[in-house]
Write a protein that binds this ligand. Sequence first.
Ligand code: GLU
Length: 299
Amino acid sequence: MIGRFAPSPSGRMHLGNLWSCLLAWLAARSAEGGMVLRLEDLDPDRCRQEYCDQIMRDLEWLGLDWDGVPVYQSRRTELYRQAFHALEQQDVIYPCFCTRAERLAASAPHRSDGVTVYSGRCRALTQMEREELLQSRRPAWRAQVPEQEVAFTDMLQGVFSENLARDCGDFILRRSDGVFAYQLAVVVDDGEMGVTQVVRGSDLLSSTPRQMWLQERLDLPHPEYGHLSLLLAPDGRRLAKRDRDLELGQLQERFTAPEIVGRLAYTANLIDRPEAVTPQELIPLFSWEKLPQKDLVWV
Ligand code: GLU
């Protein structure tokens, strides 16, 4: 079994990232599995090497280790290009020329989680129209999804299912500036790195059917998935990079590493009191049944 850390180096890690990293590590290590580290630094506008270095120092500071060398997505463009090409061969990709405003106008009503489903407007373009538009605009590239129900059993959330066409719509594989999209890169990398267990926040639950569909198209195995309840800020907000007070730099001024780990482990129901503990000491205490299924507020 191989688990993974997949942080986005667009800033310092916050409490929510620590929560996912600790539990992903415990899930893998308690099953005597491997753990790999992948820095998801595809967006050149947001990601920086110094953030990558900081994330690795922070993981080490917490007592979380990984096997082998860290993998940087920014150095793996060739792999994504090959996968993109394979999808092109299957005729499930098309160029999308919509601007942001057009995209919003051409999208179906908002889903309950605020995500819009792309209408497929550019899917209907003829070959001639496409060629003409390609002269003057750089398109984004979308996967053309079928009317297909994709279901899986999540280790924490139970059965989850989505109809690709209705609930996701045609999604972006490559941005108009040439950057490969998260959905494609994550599938290629999980496959290529031999990841068999994905543990991450439940904000990514609805990306999973898309990723499973891509895995099938690319002949990659499905890993098992565990989507963790989210850790919320004291006032119930979702944690974001801008929440500086729950960022690791700030937390380090108030707590030692075993104190932070202990509080996270207590929140995860792995220990009875929020006492200082190392990740290593938690290994025998980890079990999926103990983990909370509802979102939690950090206090
Ligand atoms: N890089 C993503 C994040 O930091 C996680 C992606 C994943 O776990 O699939 O939110």
